[in-house]
Each structure stands twice: as C-alpha cells, then as structure tokens.
Design a protein around this ligand. Structure first.
Ligand SMILES: *Cc1c(COP(=O)(O)O)cnc(C)c1O
Length: 412
C-alpha cells in the first residue's frame, strides 16, 4: 500500500469509527507535542471531565463536607464502585467486587484467602511469564507457608493454555494464579476452560485482569471464576496509583479468610470493639481507609465505558490492533521486526508487542518526540492501543516513526 493510501485508510477508519467521538473527551488528545500516545495500557489518559470533578471534589466534598463525607458517601464507595466495575466490565453480579489497596496487595490477600479455603494442599500454579509482582507475591507466600510453586511454561508470543496449565495442575494444587491478558504478548487465556480444569482438580483460581478490565469483556460469573484482581490506572483511567479492585465469587464470601484483617473490613468499625468480627460480604476484604481520591477519576471512565458498552470497546480494540499489525508487517517486516503477539484477533488483547534488537535503545528518542510506546525485555516495543482514546491515525504515526528510526523507508 502506498504512503498516501495508508494515510487515507487510517483517516477513513477514524471518520467511520462509531466510537471516534470519545477521543475528544480525553485530555491531551490534540497536543502537537504528543503525536502518538501508545501506552494507555500502562497509564490511561485522563478524561477532561476528571479535571473538573477532582477540582469540585476538593472544593465541595473534601473542603465542604469534610469528615461528614465519610458517612454521607465515602465509606460506601469501595463497594459501590466495585459493583460498577463488575457490572460494566466483568460480568459480575452485585456484592462480589470491592475497590481497595493496590493490585499487588490485593493479590496477596486473595491468594492467601484462596489457600485458606484449600487446606491440606501444597502447590500453587503460576505461569513463568506472568507479571513480576504476581510471581514475586506467589513465591513469597509459598516461602512463608512452605508450599511448592509449579511453573507453567509459555511461549514468548503466547500465554497459558488449557494444555500447559492442565499439565501442572493436580490433586496437590491449592490455587492457580494466571493473567487473563498477558502483559507482554497480550495473549488472551481461555478463562472458561482453564477455570473448569482447575475446578476439576479441586483447586481454586485467581485471575489477574489488569490488562483485561476495560478492554476485553469477561464474564466472571458465567465462567465460574473464584477470584479476580486488577488495576484501575490502565484501561480504567483512574490515574497514577489509583486503587485496585478484587472480585470474590458469592459462594466464597461466607467464610472468606484474608490475612490483613483491619478495622474497616470488620462488622462494626466504629464500635471500636475488642475482637475482630469480619463484615458481611465482600467488605471483609477491605483492611484500612479506602483511597477515595483515586476513585473519582475511575468513575468517569466507568461511566463512559457503561455508556458505550464493552462489546463496542472490544470491536474497536480488535480493529486497532489488526490495523497496527498490518502496518508493522508492511513497513518493518522486511527489516526483521517480529510480531510477538497472537495474530489471531480472538486470542489478542488491546496491545501488540513488536521485537527487534534495535529497539533496545530506541525508547528515549521516541519519548523525546512524544511517540510513546513502552519497552519490554529483551528488545520489545509494546504498543498499547486504548480503544476509546487512541485513533487509527495516531497509531500509524507512531508506527511510522518507529520504522523511520529503524532506518526503513516509510514511503511504501
Ligand atoms: C500492571 C500490573 C500489575 C501492577 O500491580 P500494582 O500493584 O498496581 O503495581 C500487576 N499485575 C499485572 C498482571 C499487571 O499488568
């Protein structure tokens, strides 16, 4: 395809995009010093409305209602926002999701709770290519509890499959911990089949949905998932350090035994009682004071996702990653750039990783020019395409700049 034809294609895809109007709602979308933001999977752009809402929050709620706002609103927010995440993005009925802590801390709490529900079993299964924090937390818990970690090996450009997970799961397995969308390759795991085979072995499963929530719709209740956790600063645009969320299937709520029992997860926090009595429901997963500021921005994005619907978001996401793969193949395939993500759209989340030895040193220069993918070892550039804020033209601009830096002509 000629240079002009590809430009025209990108522009017409944008013009025909039923979600094209969403892009203007985001801060910085028309900033000329930022021609291609391709890292919305690491830190989503803020919505313009969020700047106003944060301002309003400080003046009216924090400044105006002060301590009274805890009773009036804030104490209920972890469950209220949790329910919205569940309804909009997770296929989870009310009362099973809560916002708290960070993903790392919630992983710890939920994995420990899952282990407590499977006494007498000695193994935790996790994939070798899982995000570092997931692996580190599992290894720390295993050391603490004298358990064995069993590793699922996954290919560089793939992720865990029913076969590879099934080969590590057995009668000694207590808990399986997997990412649904792999942070490097964007491989989408078969949640339903893997959950079922885990249950068939009598074990429980914890899904990390950090790269899933807000980009790939899932149906946790329908899949029979046990537990899930995820970030809110990636595709939920909650802002840097916004709190994480967790899902606990209804059947595990009663008797849920998590290790950081704090006053705000107890049944009567203001009774200042002598003994810990867990709150009823998913509230018991909360430990301390909820991070309210981080929930303000998240609600703006959740409202937008609810308005457009996750199926539409997914449709756009697939279109964006397919467009990106075609452009990379055509512009950089001959230069030896390899697509390290699934080519089958059904098995791919909302980013792609492209590999080439020259990418190892390219990032600082790209960032300097406002072309912003991120880097993943050993020599991958990860292009995150956030369905509501990334345009086709922006995607093409970024890919052309990478090709230019690689020294390949972009005129074809
Ligand atoms: C981004 C990400 C995290 C981040 O955890 P934090 O506690 O928020 O730093 C964890 N797991 C996965 C799979 C991620 O992609």
């Amino acid at each position: 395809m000629s240079f002009d034809a590809r430009t025209d294609l990108a522009r017409s895809l944008d013009a025909e995009d039923p979600l094209g109007w969403c892009r203007e709602l985001f801060e910085g979308h028309d900033d000329p010093s930022l021609p291609a933001y391709l890292d919305g999977n690491s830190l989503g752009r803020p919505l313009k409305a969020t700047a106003e809402h944060l301002n309003e929050f400080v003046r009216a709620k924090w400044g105006g209602r002060l301590i009274r706002a805890w009773d009036e609103e804030w104490l209920r927010l972890p469950e209220a926002v949790g329910d919205q995440i569940g309804r909009v993005a997770l296929g989870a009925a009310t009362g099973q999701c809560v916002v708290a802590d960070s993903t790392s801390v919630l992983l710890y709490k939920v994995i420990r709770a899952a282990l407590n529900a499977r006494p007498g079993r000695s193994e935790i299964v996790i994939e070798r290519a899982n995000f570092p924090t997931d692996r580190f937390i599992v290894e720390g818990i295993a050391r603490d509890r004298g358990l064995t970690v069993r590793w699922v090996e996954t290919p560089h450009d793939g992720g865990p499959t029913p076969e590879t997970v099934g080969s590590q799961v057995g009668p000694a397995t207590a808990v399986v911990v997997l990412s649904h969308v792999a942070y490097r390759s964007a491989h989408v795991a078969d949640m339903e089949t893997i959950t079922k085979l885990t249950h068939d072995a009598g074990a429980l499963i914890v899904w990390d949905l950090s790269h899933t929530v807000g980009s790939v719709p899932v149906h946790l209740d329908a899949c029979g998932a046990d537990f899930a956790v995820g970030c809110s600063y990636k595709y939920l645009n909650g802002g840097p350090g916004a709190p994480a969320w967790a899902y606990v299937a209804e059947r595990h709520l009663q008797g849920l035994d998590q290790p950081i029992q704090g006053w705000l997860g107890s049944s009567a926090p203001f009774g200042m009682g002598t003994a810990y009595e867990p709150a009823v429901g998913v509230r018991r997963l909360v430990s301390g004071t909820p991070p309210i500021l981080g929930m303000v921005a998240m609600q703006d994005m959740l409202n937008l996702l609810e308005q457009v619907g996750m199926d539409e978001v997914r449709r756009k996401s697939v279109q964006l990653t397919s467009f990106a793969i075609d452009a990379v193949d055509e512009l950089m395939g001959r230069a030896g750039v390899v697509i390290a993500s699934p080519r089958d759209a059904d098995q791919r989340g909302s980013h792609i990783t492209i590999d080439h030895p020259a990418f190892e040193n390219m990032l600082p220069e790209l960032w300097e020019e406002g072309v912003i993918p991120d880097f993943r070892n050993p020599h991958g550039l990860r292009l995150g395409l956030s369905p509501l804020s990334t345009s086709f033209e922006e995607t093409l601009t970024g890919i052309r700049e990478i090709a230019r830096k690689l020294g390949v002509a972009t005129l074809d």
